[in-house]
Ligand binder design. Structure first.
Ligand code: SME
Length: 155
């Protein structure tokens, strides 16, 4: 069922952004965030944290949907900082088991964070939170990585 949701979401994203190779990456990302929030049954918050300059690992809040979130992730901190530093997707089934988890929303129980690339540069992370424990699996990981890959080369 979740696979079907992601399949449909891929179609919806394609019909929104079309085949225009000049469609901006940022506009595609914002649309993806909205589609995820609207369609994923378990998401309480979804958005991106973006590096401000190539020399720093500080991550600043980017486009998102959900309750007002923390604006800055210090280098390597929280799930977002760890996923960015390790450059790999992290699935956290229970945020209380993740040392250093940053609680922007006290109701948040589980999380998945995916590295975000733009034209082969690591620019930040995509973060999905849920009020449910164990909300995210490798199904989400594979689908999210693939959706991000599809828009990565846009300008
Ligand atoms: N929980 C994240 C912080 C961002 S909020 O969830 C929106 C973390 O530990 O990095």
């Amino acid at each position: 069922m979740l696979e079907q949701m992601y399949h449909q979401l891929g179609h919806d994203l394609k019909s929104l952004i079309g085949e225009d190779p000049k469609f901006p990456h940022r506009a595609a990302l914002v649309s993806l965030i909205s589609l995820l929030k609207e369609n994923h049954p378990k998401i309480s918050w979804v958005g991106v944290y973006l590096r401000n300059d190539d020399q720093s690992e500080e991550l600043y809040i980017g486009p998102y949907q959900g309750k007002t979130a923390c604006v800055l992730i210090p280098p390597g901190k929280g799930v977002c900082g760890a996923a960015f530093r390790q450059n790999k997707t992290l699935i956290v089934p229970d945020v209380e088991d993740f040392p250093g988890h940053i609680a922007c929303d006290s109701l948040s129980r589980s999380e998945i964070v995916v590295p975000l690339y733009h034209r082969s540069r690591l620019i930040g992370v995509l973060d999905l939170d849920s009020h449910e424990l164990n909300a995210f699996t490798t199904v989400d990981q594979m689908a999210l990585e693939s959706l991000l890959k599809r828009i990565e080369q846009l300008p």
